[in-house]
Ligand binder design. Structure first.
Ligand SMILES: C[S@@+](CC[C@H](N)C(=O)[O-])C[C@H]1O[C@@H](n2cnc3c(N)ncnc32)[C@H](O)[C@@H]1O
Length: 285
C-alpha cells in the first residue's frame, strides 16, 4: 500500500502528464491506475481515500486525451487530418521501436480508437465460413508504415479485403487522396465503419458488406490483406487478384501469416523493403 501511495503521489505531482505531447507517459499512468482500481484499490479495506485520489487522477488524464482526440477529429472534418495525424501517429511515438515487428498494440492504437470513435451497431456477429479469420485490427504503427511506403495518390483505389471496423480505409482516406474501399463480411462492422466515415466527413471512404470472393474488384489498384482468410479461400482470392493483374498493374500490401503464401506467387514481385512482421508490399509483374 505504501509503494502504491508513493507512486500515486509522484503521478499527482507530475504536471507534465497533463501536456498533450506526453501521450506515452499518460497512457502508462492510466494503464497503471486502471489496473490498481480494478485489482487492488477497489477491494482492499481502508483505502477509500487512495481510491478517490486515483479516480480523480484518471478523470483528469482522460480529459486531456479526450480534448486531444476532439481536436484531431475537428481537423479531420476540416480536411486537415493528414498533417495532424502524421504528427500524432508517427512511429517514433510508438512504444515499440522500429524493429518491433509484433502485432502488439500500444497507445497509438488507443489514440486512433479515440479519434475514430467507432461504435458498433449492436447487430449480431454472424458465424464465419471455414477459412475466414476473426476480426483483429492492424496495429496503428503498421498502418502508418504501410501508408507511408504505399504513397497512395489520387489515381489509386485501395481495397481492404476483409476490412473489419475499417481502420485501414479510414486512416488511408485521411492520409491520402486515394479512394478507399473496405469490403467486410460482418454487416455490424460495415455499419460502424460507415458511420465513422460520415461523422468525420471522409467522403473518399466507402464500405460494402459481402464476401470478398464475390466482390467487384475492378476498381482496385492496391489490395490490403491483414490475413483475412487462409487455406483454399486465400488461394481462390489470389487467383482472382492475378486475373485483375492481367488487366492492369496492381499492388498487394499484406500483414500476418498470409504474407508467406503471397510471397510465393510467381506473378508478384516484392518491393524488397519488408522485414518479417511488418507490412509487405508486392507489385504485379
Ligand atoms: C484480421 S481481420 C482484419 C481487419 C482489417 N483489415 C484490419 O486490418 O484492421 C480479418 C477480417 O476479414 C473479414 N473476413 C474474413 N473473410 C472474409 C470474406 N471472405 N469476405 C469478407 N470479409 C471477410 C473478417 O470478418 C475480419 O473482420
Amino acid at each position: 500500500m505504501i509503494a502504491l501511495s508513493v507512486r500515486l503521489d509522484a503521478l499527482e505531482r507530475d504536471t507534465s502528464l497533463r501536456e498533450p505531447e506526453r501521450l506515452h507517459e499518460r497512457s502508462d499512468a492510466l494503464d497503471w491506475l486502471d489496473s490498481c482500481l480494478a485489482h487492488g484499490l477497489a477491494t482492499a479495506a481502508g483505502d477509500d481515500l487512495l481510491r478517490q485520489r486515483a479516480e480523480v487522477l484518471v478523470a483528469e488524464l482522460q480529459a486531456v486525451d479526450d480534448a486531444l482526440s476532439a481536436q484531431i477529429r475537428q481537423a479531420i472534418r476540416r480536411g486537415e487530418g493528414e498533417q495532424i495525424l502524421r504528427h500524432w501517429l508517427t512511429p517514433a511515438r510508438s512504444r515499440h521501436d522500429a524493429d518491433d515487428c509484433s502485432d502488439r498494440y500500444d497507445h497509438l492504437d488507443h489514440l486512433l480508437c479515440e479519434v475514430l470513435a467507432i461504435r458498433e451497431s449492436g447487430e449480431p456477429i454472424v458465424p464465419v465460413d471455414e477459412g475466414m479469420v476473426f476480426y483483429q485490427p492492424t496495429p496503428a504503427r503498421h498502418i502508418v508504415d504501410a501508408l507511408d511506403r504505399l504513397a497512395l495518390d489520387a489515381r489509386d483505389v485501395l481495397i481492404d479485403l476483409g476490412s473489419g471496423l475499417g481502420h485501414v480505409p479510414l486512416l488511408a482516406a485521411i492520409w491520402s487522396p486515394a479512394r478507399c474501399i473496405g469490403i467486410e463480411w460482418q454487416q455490424a462492422y460495415v455499419d460502424a465503419a460507415r458511420q465513422c466515415a460520415q461523422e468525420l466527413a471522409l467522403t473518399q471512404a466507402e464500405f460494402a458488406q459481402g464476401d470478398v470472393r464475390h466482390a467487384d474488384l475492378s476498381a482496385g489498384t492496391v489490395f490490403y490483406l491483414y490475413t483475412p482468410f487462409n487455406g483454399d479461400m486465400l488461394r481462390e482470392m489470389l487467383a482472382r487478384l492475378q486475373a485483375e493483374a492481367r488487366r492492369r498493374p496492381i499492388r498487394l500490401c499484406t500483414l500476418g501469416p498470409c504474407t508467406a503464401q503471397v510471397a510465393g506467387e510467381s506473378w508478384l514481385l516484392s518491393d524488397g523493403a519488408s522485414r518479417k512482421g511488418r507490412p509487405a508490399i508486392f507489385h504485379s509483374r
